[in-house]
Structures are given as structure tokens and as C-alpha cells.
Design a protein around this ligand. Sequence first.
Ligand SMILES: Cc1cc2nc3c(=O)[nH]c(=O)nc-3n(C[C@H](O)[C@H](O)[C@H](O)COP(=O)(O)O)c2cc1C
Length: 171
Amino acid sequence: MAKILIVYYSRKGENYWNGGLKNIAKGNTERVAEFIQKAVGGDLFEVDTVKPYSESYMTCIEEAKAELRADARPEIKAFPDNFEDYDTIFVGYPNWWGTMPMCMFTLLEKYDFTGKTIIPFCTNEGSGMGSSERDLQKICKGAVLKKGLSIHGAEAENSESKVALWAKKSV
Ligand SMILES: Cc1cc2nc3c(=O)[nH]c(=O)nc-3n(C[C@H](O)[C@H](O)[C@H](O)COP(=O)(O)O)c2cc1C
């Protein structure tokens, strides 16, 4: 049986929500990650940055834009243990300026994906997966990339059945 890892980044705090701003205690992507684990099992790993992003949505937007422009690789607090043991890796993130937050690049560039399958999922406020799947294909050398799932962030908490169906079909 495939050994599954669900690795994700998700930001709590003030976020854009159906056209307004709202404080969320649990990130949208984290909710989806938990639904995946419930549906197909596997180990969860949350990516966290050494330097936290601002809790203020507007400030975070600017921080993220600067990182994207600089093609930055923000330091992350930890890497998953025994990464080489996993063959199926769900990779989750919010859409930030059309792709993954740069800390996901920091993480993923570290590994050799030969023989591994990546299944991406992305929460967003309307831009879908953006260019993230193309970016994943570029940086995850050797990986087989399966079709990703885009979830509208504000609907993440009500997405369990859709997520479970997709996750079960994908593994
Ligand atoms: C820095 C930043 C940039 C964002 N850029 C986009 C974007 O380009 N397109 C989009 O649809 N949503 C964008 N969003 C909205 C998030 O993708 C959306 O709220 C997502 O569900 C947040 O997930 P999280 O709670 O797991 O962090 C952005 C949010 C932030 C904080």
C-alpha cells in the first residue's frame, strides 16, 4: 500500500473571505488537509516559516508580493521526517499571487521526487490553481503530477465530501 504524506502550508489570522476580511482560527488549506487524511489516511505535516507572515491581510499581501518578486526562499522551521519513505505526497497551499507561497518552494526543492506521485490541492478566492501545477512540475524533478483540486477558501469547511471523493480517486 502506498505510504501517504500530506504536506501543506496554511495561514491563520485575517484573510480575504467572499469579498471582505475575516479572522480565521484555522486556515482553509489546513481544513482540506485534514479532510484528505480522514479520507485516505497518511501523515500530516504543516510547513511553518521561521519569520511569521503578518496577521494583517493587507500587510501579508505585500510581504508575499515582495517574496515572489525576489524569488525568495523563506526559511522554514522543520522538514518532514523520513521523506524518502513516502511514495504519494499530497501538497497543499493557498494561492498567493497566482502560485504557491514561496516557503513551499523552499521545502520542495530539497528533495528528489523520482518514483513519487504528487497530488496538489489549493485553496483560493477565485484564481484556482494559478500556475502552481506548472511550478510544481518544474521544481519536483522526477515526480508524477496528478490533477490537482482547487477549493474556494470560504467553502473549505464545507468541502469534506468533495475532497474525500477526489482524494480516494487520486491515490
Ligand atoms: C498573500 C496572499 C495572496 C493571495 N493571493 C491570491 C490570489 O492571487 N488569488 C486568489 O484567488 N486568492 C488569493 N489569496 C486568497 C487565499 O488564496 C485564500 O484565502 C486561501 O483560502 C487562504 O488559505 P489559508 O487559510 O490556508 O492560508 C491570497 C491570500 C493571501 C494572504
